[in-house]
Design a protein around this ligand. Sequence first.
Ligand code: 5GP
Ligand code: ZN
Length: 112
Amino acid sequence: MDCIFCKIASGTIPAKKAYEDDLCLAFHDLNPQAPTHLLVVPRQHLISLAHATPQHAALLGHLLQVTAQLAGALGLSKGFRAVLNSGADGGQTVDHLHVHLLGGRAMHWPPG
Ligand code: 5GP
Ligand code: ZN
């Protein structure tokens, strides 16, 4: 499958990995938007949050729990932002669901 995050998950494309388990992996974003910018990605190819079904509930919960665990491990005690861009208007550019973990600076609201 011609999916960049599937290729990172299988090891075909290199990435700076920060975490992995049976269900997901986390790696540093190639184009970081904050001092800490990781992507938490399920191993299974799921296009976006809009494509999630009740069968994906446990996986989605796991992704968020891993995101919080990583934020703690990376010392983001002042806070962090977790983002799921979904679809064109959501700003999604890679069609494999991922949670952005951003931290190390104060975030702005509303987002762009
Ligand atoms: P999206 O725009 O879909 O929410 O986020 C996709 C993210 O993937 C972007 O922040 C982009 O910098 C990152 N990205 C795209 N291609 C690669 C890659 O090959 N390696 C890594 N580590 N990040 C990538
Ligand atoms: Zn994929």
